[in-house]
Design a protein around this ligand. Structure first.
Ligand code: LLP
Length: 450
């Protein structure tokens, strides 16, 4: 299958963006949001999240990898779309329960002979002691990324059904740091170990009923498509006990203007054909899952920041905003490129002080944050090489909107430099709602003693 066959043109979102100026997010004014909730501020568009959930409706189960964006209001929204959830820690199990996910298996109404689905699955390469306790107490299904987990689980939950997360020997991600396959990755059970691991599962009295592969995050569909073939081979080794297969996550989203949305129809057809062959071989229905994180929330999220200083360092012009890599870590970690646009400070300036002619003045600027570390730059390539971005002329007090931040944005924010975690707002049907308050100075020292 060629990449051309798997990719299609992206749909574009307008929402008040023109020539690098953005006045609204999901129908609400950027300046109004900034002035009501303060900056830096994470803002999510509920409609966009719903659209992305519905894009994947062909799959029997969509399981959200909540590590991408685990705010309770977002989880609740995703749950209300019929999407299940993945948890990689006791904290994520707690979040799933708080957002209304039941811990027991449920039979989906339209299931047509498929096995029941578990709303929450615990996926990891180890059990820490807490997670083993919680998984055993709640009876949650487990996706095991190492064989040692099998005996540890069997000792606590005799006869449990388990999923094996298999490393097929290859992987792909937008960065080497997000490639989860091959010998360079710690993830999953190595594909050549399967016969041995199946023996261990049998001795431990477990039933292997699920098979899962996730080769990386931000992969392309050509690499992802190779997984179906690899999974089918391992499925044959496991045999008839298998009732669920998972294609993992990794679906890419467009970040740069020239990037396109993947052709999800072709991707589903490929996996559906794999599932059908396995059903024929085993003589029973197989549930087909997909486990996206980024795809469901990335495009829905933006960070609103305020421009606090503008200065020159030799030939370079710097915009310094009030968000740093404590707010959004992807640029410093992976050299990730996020779209950016500016919004004048006052709504009224839209029509008066800033005419179209002024909007057309574009400058190449470096965008950085407030942290005491040189790497606190949003416009950088992997390896820390600073680059510039063409943005409309701006003044201190204007807002800079960093876009496509809804996945691996807030969840990777930190308190570095004793900066509070930002507030989060969800906009639904033109109404903005605060779904997480900004941390206070007291929050920063909670639990510490002198
Ligand atoms: N399933 C498993 C087992 C995973 O480890 C992940 C992501 C996913 C699903 C969801 O992958 P997605 O559909 O979002 O690509 N912080 C990085 C991404 C790390 C991904 C970790 N695992 C970033 O900002 O790009």
């Amino acid at each position: 299958m060629t990449s051309a066959g798997l990719e299609k043109q992206t749909d574009t979102l307008t929402d008040g963006i023109s020539r690098g100026i953005r006045r609204q997010i999901a129908g609400v004014g950027v300046a109004q949001l900034a002035q009501t909730y303060g900056t830096p501020l994470y803002v999510y568009d509920a409609l966009m999240i719903r659209r992305r959930c519905r894009d994947l409706a062909a799959w029997d189960t969509i399981r959200f990898a909540q590590k991408a964006c685990s705010n309770l209001a977002v989880l609740n929204l995703i749950r209300s779309e019929g999407v299940m959830v993945d948890a990689v820690s006791t904290g994520e199990i707690h979040r799933a329960e708080k957002a209304g996910y039941p811990t027991h298996a449920v039979l989906m109404q339209s299931s047509d002979g498929l096995p029941p689905v578990h709303p929450i699955v615990y996926t990891a390469d180890i059990f820490d002691r807490d997670s083993l306790d919680v998984v055993a107490k709640l009876g949650l299904p487990v996706n095991c990324g190492s064989a040692d987990m099998l005996e540890q689980l069997a000792a606590r939950v005799p006869g449990a059904h388990v999923t094996l997360r298999v490393n097929p020997g290859f992987g792909h991600g937008h960065s080497q740091k997000t490639n989860t396959g091959g010998e360079g990755s710690k993830h999953g059970i190595w594909h050549e170990e399967i016969p041995d691991v199946l023996r261990r599962a049998e001795w431990a009295g477990l039933c292997v009923s699920g098979l899962h592969m996730h080769i990386g995050s931000g992969a392309d569909l050509v690499h992802l498509a190779e997984v179906a073939e690899a999974l089918e081979r391992v499925a044959h080794e496991i045999g008839r006990s298998l009732t669920t297969i998972s294609a993992g996550g990794g679906l890419p989203v467009p970040y740069k203007p020239n990037e396109v949305h993947a052709d999800l129809g072709s991707y589903f057809s490929l996996w559906d054909a794999t599932r059908k062959r396995l059903e024929e071989r085993f003589g029973h229905r197989i549930r087909l899952e997909i486990e996206p994180g980024r795809y469901l929330t990335a495009e829905a999220g933006s960070v609103i920041t305020e421009v606090r200083a503008i200065k020159r360092q030799g030939t370079k012009k710097y915009l310094l905003v009030d968000a740093g890599f404590n707010t959004l870590a992807r640029p410093v970690l992976y050299g990730s490129w996020h779209p950016m646009s500016l919004c004048p400070e006052k709504e009224s300036q839209n029509q008066t002080a800033r005419g179209p002619a002024e909007e057309e003045i574009v400058e190449d600027v470096v965008v950085g944050g407030p942290l005491c570390e040189s790497g606190d730059i949003f416009t950088q390539q992997e390896g820390g090489f600073v680059e510039t971005r063409a943005l409309p002329a701006t003044s201190v007090g204007d807002y800079l909107v960093i876009e496509t931040c809804g996945a691996y944005g807030f969840v990777m924010a930190s308190n570095y430099n004793s900066k509070p975690l930002p507030a989060e707002v969800l906009i639904d049907d033109g109404q903005a709602r605060l779904v997480r308050t900004r941390q206070t100075p007291d929050d920063l020292v909670r639990g510490e003693t002198v």
